[in-house]
Design a protein around this ligand. Structure first.
Ligand code: ADP
Length: 520
C-alpha cells in the first residue's frame, strides 16, 4: 500500500488538539503548545498512532505527551518538502520575500517571547538567564541576520576566457534533513532552518526526543507567518527511527546534524550508504582554556566559570580542560573554586538560581558516572562531586554540584571524553610548547581559549590551537554572524555567518559561447 493510500485511509484529522495547558510560572499566564507532527503546515497525528512523553527535568515528572513520528511520517514529510521545492515557486521565489518571511517569524517570536521562554525552561531545565538573555535573542538575531542575507547570495561573472563568458548561480540544494540536539532546542532549530530557508531550500527537521516543545511552538508561528505549506516540516521522535530515516532517505539532498560525535559518525555512514547526500556535522568537544600568569586573573576566573556554567556544562564548546601556568596555579585554583562554589543550584524558575537541573536522567547518570571515574582514576575533587540537594525538590530532578577536579593526568577519561555537565578539570603547565601540545592532544577541535595580556603570545597560541573557535580573554561567546564549527572529530562544515550559506547552495557554472568554434 502506498503511503498516500495509507494516509487517506486513516483520514487523519488535519489539526491535532493542543497540549494540556501549562502554567507559565513567569508571568502567570497559561501557555499551550501543539503536539502533532507538522507536515504541509498542518499538525497531524502520527501514522502509527504512537505518542511519547516529555519530562520536566526539574521534577522528573511528565509534562505532556506528543505525537511520535516514525519512518512513514518522515516519508510523508519528505514528500511534502519535495513537492514544495519542485512543484511550487519556492526554490525560484523572490529572495526578498523569503527574507520577509524570516523577519515575520522573528516578529511573531518576539510577540510570544514569554511563552517560548517558559516552554524552553520547562522542557530543558534552563534558567531564565540562559533562556531569555542568550538563547532567545540568539534565535531572533539569527533569523534577522539570515533574512538580511536572503537577497545577497550572489554568483561570479568571468569575462576572462576568450570567446566565452561564464557566470555562476547559487541554487538551493533541495530537501534538507536537519537533526538537532536537546541542549539548545530553540537556538538549534533556528540556526538550522534560517540559512536553509534564506537560500530557497525546504526542510524536514527532527527535534531531540527530550526537548521537542519550542520547535512545535515555532512551527505554529511558521504557519502564521505565511510560509508556504511544505517549506518547513517537523517530525518529533527518536534518533533510531526518525533521525535514522532522515539520514538514510533517498530523496533528502542534504543532512545537517548537531549532536554527539558517535551519532555524527552514524549519520555520515548513512549518507554514504544511501544517496551520498551532503552532510554537515557539528559535534562534540573537549575544549582547552589556557591561563597565563600575565592574565587578569580575576577576569580569567569569571570567564572560566562561565566556560563551564553556561547551560550547566551542556554545551559542546564548554571549557572543560583548564590549563593554568604554575606561577599562578594556586591563586587561580583558589579564586576559581570560590567562584564555582558561589553558584546557586536549584529550581530553574527561581530567578536567583545559576544552575538548574541537567536535562535528563540519562545525562545525569552519565555525568555522575564520569565523576566516579575521575575519583577512581585518582584525580582530586576540589569542589562538588556529588548530587546537589535542592530545597523543595524532594530528591527529584537532576541536580549536580558544580565539580572541579585537580591533579588530573592527560590519559584520564575525565580529561579525554566529553562529560556534558558541570564538571571541569584543572591541570598545571610550565611552558607554551607544553601547553599547546597538551591542549591539542584531543580528538576534538571545537573551541579553545587563551588568557594573557601579551599580544605576541596571543598570536602564537591562537595560531597553534587546532580549534574552530578560539577566544582571547573570554569564553563561551558565539555570535550568529561568525562561522562556528569544528576541526578534527568536532565536525564538518560551518554554521552561522556567511559560511553557512555555502552548505545550503549548489554552485552551477554556466558558459556562454560568444564565438568559439567546435573543436574538429
Ligand atoms: P546526545 O548523546 O547528546 O543525546 P545524540 O547525538 O544522540 O546526542 O542526539 C542528537 C540528535 O541526534 C537527537 O535529535 C537524536 O534523536 C538524534 N539521533 C540519535 N541517534 C541517531 C541516529 N542513529 N541517526 C540519526 N539521528 C540520531
Amino acid at each position: 500500500m502506498s503511503l498516500k493510500t495509507l494516509h487517506s485511509l486513516r483520514a487523519l484529522p488535519p489539526w491535532m488538539p493542543r497540549a494540556k495547558l501549562l502554567r507559565n510560572r513567569i508571568n502567570n499566564r497559561d501557555v499551550s503548545v501543539p503536539t502533532g507532527i507538522f507536515i504541509n503546515n498542518e499538525f497531524r497525528s502520527s501514522l502509527s498512532g504512537s505518542k511519547f512523553s516529555v519530562e520536566n527535568p526539574a521534577t522528573g515528572q511528565p509534562i505532556l505527551e506528543i505525537e511520535e513520528g516514525r519512518e512513514e511520517d518522515v516519508n510523508m514529510a519528505v514528500e511534502a518538502a519535495r513537492k514544495a521545492f519542485e512543484g511550487s515557486e519556492w526554490a525560484n521565489s523572490n529572495p526578498v520575500w523569503r527574507g520577509e518571511l524570516l523577519n515575520r517569524l522573528a516578529q511573531l517570536m518576539e510577540r510570544d517571547k514569554e511563552d517560548i521562554i517558559a516552554l524552553e525552561m520547562l522542557d530543558t531545565g534552563k534558567t531564565r538567564k540562559q533562556a531569555a538573555n542568550l538563547d532567545f535573542p540568539g534565535s531572533v538575531g539569527t533569523l534577522k541576520y539570515y533574512a538580511g542575507w536572503a537577497d545577497k547570495v550572489l554568483g561570479l561573472t568571468s569575462f576572462n576566457i576568450p570567446g566565452t563568458f561564464a557566470y555562476t548561480r547559487r541554487e538551493p540544494v533541495g530537501v534538507c534533513g536537519q537533526i538537532i540536539p536537546w541542549n539548545f532546542p530553540l537556538l538549534m532549530f533556528i540556526w538550522k532552518i534560517s540559512p536553509a530557508i534564506a537560500t530557497g531550500n525546504t526542510v524536514v527537521i527532527k527535534s531531540a526526543e527530550a526537548t521537542p516543545l519550542t520547535a512545535l511552538k515555532c512551527c505554529e508561528l511558521i504557519k502564521e507567518a505565511g510560509f508556504p505549506a511544505g517549506v518547513v516540516n517537523l517530525v518529533s521522535g527518536f534518533g533510531k527511527t526518525v533521525g535514522n530515516a532522515i539520514a538514510n532517505h533517498m530523496d533528502v539532498d542534504k543532512v545537517a546534524f548537531t549532536g554527539s560525535t558517535a551519532t555524527g559518525r552514524t549519520i555520515l555512514k548513512s549518507a554514504a550508504s544511501s544517496n551520498l547526500k551532503k552532510v554537515t556535522l557539528e559535534l562534540g568537544g573537549k575544549s582547552p582554556n589556557i591561563i597565563f600568569p600575565d592574565a587578569d586573573i580575576q577576569k580569567a576566573v569569571e570567564w572560566s566559570a562561565w566556560g563551564i556554567n553556561m547551560n550547566f556544562g551542556q554545551t559542546c564548546h564548554a571549557g572543560t580542560r583548564i590549563y593554568v601556568h604554575e606561577d599562578v596555579y594556586d591563586e587561580f585554583v583558589a579564586a576559581y573554586t570560590k567562584r564555582m562554589a558561589s553558584l546557586k543550584v536549584g529550581d530553574n524558575f527561581d530567578e536567583s538560581v545559576d544552575q538548574g537541573p541537567q536535562n535528563s536522567k540519562m545525562q545525569y547518570e552519565k555525568i555522575l558516572g564520569y565523576i566516579e571515574s575521575g575519583k577512581q582514576d585518582g584525580a582530586t575533587i576540589s569542589l562538588g562531586g556529588k548530587v546537589a540537594e535542592v530545597e523543595g525538590a524532594d530528591g527529584k530532578g537532576y541536580y549536580i554540584q558544580p565539580t572541579i577536579f585537580t591533579n588530573v593526568k592527560p590519559d584520564m577519561k575525565i580529561m579525554r571524553e566529553e562529560i556534558f555537565g558541570p564538571v571541569v578539570c584543572i591541570a598545571k603547565f610550565k611552558t607554551e610548547e607544553e601547553v599547546l601540545r597538551d591542549a591539542n592532544d584531543t580528538t576534538y577541535g571545537l573551541a579553545a581559549a587563551v588568557h594573557t595580556k601579551d599580544y605576541e603570545r596571543v598570536l602564537r597560541i591562537t595560531n597553534g590551537l587546532k580549534a574552530g573557535t578560539t577566544w582571547v580573554n573570554m569564553y563561551n561567546f558565539v555570535h550568529w554572524s561568525v562561522p562556528f564549527g569544528g576541526y578534527k572529530q568536532s565536525g564538518i562544515g560551518r554554521e552561522c555567518g556567511e559560511a553557512a550559506l555555502e552548505n545550503y547552495t549548489e554552485t552551477k557554472a554556466v558558459y556562454y559561447n560568444t564565438g568559439i568554434p567546435a573543436p574538429q
